[in-house]
Design a protein around this ligand. Structure first.
Ligand code: PMP
Length: 400
C-alpha cells in the first residue's frame, strides 16, 4: 500500500521553518511561523516557567494519567483567565472547560463535537484565515465557507462586508471568530464592533467558535479577551478554543483548552460528558506537564506577576518592531505608505506584498515569510531591520 503513496506538499507555515533551516545564508531572516523571538532571534523559556518547572520537579509525586478533561486546577485557571474573576458566565456554572493539546487540539475537539451533534452546518471562517483552520475543520468532516473580513485596499477590517456576510448565514451555522490578533492580517474589530458582531451572531442563531490563541499579545490580557467575552455574554451557546503556546511560550508542551458555554449548568454538564467521549477516542487524556506549569503560575501571585511582566515585554517588543519597520521603510525612501503596520495587533502583519514578491524575497534575499505576505513581526530586530528593508525595497522597485 505504501508504494502507491505520493509525497504530500510541505505545510505552508511550518514547512517554511524547514526551508529556513536548510538555507546556508548566515544573514537569513525568518518571518515565517508564529513563534515569538527576542532581540537576538531566540525563543527563550520564560523565567516564570522555569521557576514553576523547578517547583514541579521537586513536588511531582506521580505520573499517573490525568482525568480525561484534564488537570482541574488548570482548567479552572484557564477559564478564569478568559473571563476574569467572578464573571457571571462562569459563576453560573454555564461554562465547562476541557484541557486540550494546544489551541489546535481545542479546535479539533470543537470540530469533532460539532460534527457529531450539529447536523451538517456550514462553518464560516474569515477571508483570509489561518490556513490550518481549513485542515482541522475539514478533518472532522465539516464544510467551510468564507465571510468577508479584510479590505486589502484600506488594510483594515471590512466591517460592513462582515456584517452583511453574517446576515446571510443560516440558523445553526457555526462562525469561527479570531478573538484577537487576527491571523494572518493582524486586523481586529474594535470594542464597539465586537458588541455589534456578538449581537448579530446571537440574533441569527449562530454557534460562535472563538479561536483565542494570542491573549495578551495585542493590548493586554483583559482587553484581548473582551470580544470573546462579549460573544459569550450575548450568545446562549459558544465554544472558545484557547492556547497557552504563545502567551506562556509553551509551544512544544501543547497546552490549550476548549471552553463550552451552555444555556444552563445542567446542559453544561451534559456537554462535558460528551466532550469526554470525544477526547477518549481521539487521544484518551491530555499531557500533564504544560498544564501543571500554567496552573502553578496562575495559582501563585508572585509567579503570575512575573509572567504578566514577561508577557508585557513580549507585547512591547512587537509594538516597537512594528514602529521600527515602518520608520526604516520611510527612512530608506520606500514610497508606499506602510503606516498601517503600526495599527495591526499581535504577532502578524499582512504586508501587502504579492506572492511573487514573497518568492523573490525568499529566493534572492533569504527573507522568509508566508506566501500570503504574512510577516511574523517578532522575527524583526534592530540588527536585521536594515537588511530586511533593503530587500523589500528591491522587490518593490523591480515589479515584474
Ligand atoms: N489558532 C490560531 C489563529 C493560531 O495562529 C494558532 C497557532 N499558530 C493556533 C490556533 C494553535 O496554536 P497551538 O500551537 O496552541 O496549537
Amino acid at each position: 500500500m505504501f508504494e502507491a503513496i505520493e509525497m504530500a506538499p510541505p505545510d505552508p507555515i511550518l514547512g517554511l521553518t524547514e526551508a529556513v533551516k536548510a538555507d546556508p545564508n548566515p544573514d537569513k531572516i525568518n518571518l515565517g511561523a508564529g513563534i515569538y523571538k527576542d532581540e537576538s532571534g531566540r525563543t527563550p523559556v520564560l523565567s516564570a516557567v522555569k521557576k514553576a518547572e523547578r517547583r514541579l520537579l521537586d513536588a511531582e509525586a506521580s505520573k499517573g494519567y490525568l482525568p480525561i478533561s484534564g488537570l482541574p486546577e488548570y482548567t479552572e485557571a484557564a477559564r478564569e483567565l478568559l473571563f476574569g474573576p467572578g464573571h457571571k458566565v462562569v459563576e453560573s456554572g454555564r461554562a465547562v472547560t476541557a484541557q486540550a493539546p494546544g489551541g489546535t487540539g481545542a479546535l479539533r475537539l470543537a470540530a469533532e463535537f460539532i460534527g457529531k451533534f450539529a447536523g451538517e452546518p456550514r462553518v464560516w471562517v474569515s477571508d483570509p484565515t489561518w490556513s490550518n483552520h481549513y485542515g482541522v475543520l475539514g478533518a472532522a468532516g465539516l464544510k467551510t465557507a468564507k465571510y468577508a473580513y479584510y479590505d486589502a485596499n484600506t488594510h483594515s477590517l471590512d466591517f460592513e462586508g462582515m456584517m452583511a456576510s453574517i446576515a446571510e448565514m443560516e440558523r445553526g451555522d457555526v462562525i469561527l471568530l479570531h478573538g484577537c490578533c487576527h491571523n494572518p492580517t493582524g486586523v481586529d474589530p474594535s470594542r464597539d464592533q465586537w458588541q455589534e458582531i456578538a449581537a448579530a451572531v446571537a440574533d441569527r442563531g449562530l454557534l460562535p467558535l472563538v479561536d483565542l490563541a494570542y491573549q495578551g499579545f495585542g493590548e493586554g490580557l483583559e482587553q484581548d479577551a473582551a470580544g470573546m467575552v462579549a460573544v459569550c455574554e450575548h450568545c446562549p451557546e459558544a465554544f472558545v478554543a484557547s492556547s497557552f503556546s504563545k502567551n506562556f511560550g509553551l509551544y512544544s508542551e501543547r497546552v490549550g483548552a476548549l471552553t463550552a458555554v451552555s444555556p444552563s449548568p445542567d446542559i453544561a454538564q451534559r456537554v462535558m460528558s460528551q466532550l469526554k467521549i470525544v477526547i477518549r477516542r481521539l487521544y484518551s487524556n491530555p499531557p500533564a506537564h504544560g498544564a501543571a506549569i500554567v496552573a502553578t503560575i496562575l495559582g501563585d501571585p508572585d509567579l503570575r506577576a512575573e509572567w504578566e511582566e514577561e508577557l508585557a515585554a513580549m507585547r512591547g517588543r512587537i509594538h516597537q518592531m512594528r514602529r521600527l519597520l515602518v520608520d526604516t521603510l520611510e527612512a530608506k525612501g520606500v514610497e508606499i505608505d506602510f503606516s498601517f503596520i503600526c495599527d495591526q495587533n499581535g504577532m502578524f502583519s499582512f504586508s501587502g506584498l504579492s506572492g511573487e514578491q514573497v518568492r523573490r524575497l525568499r529566493e534572492e534575499h533569504s527573507v522568509y515569510m508566508v506566501g500570503s505576505g504574512r510577516m511574523n513581526v517578532a522575527g524583526i530586530s534592530p540588527s536585521n531591520v536594515d537588511r530586511l528593508v533593503d530587500a523589500i525595497a528591491v522587490v518593490l522597485r523591480e515589479k515584474g
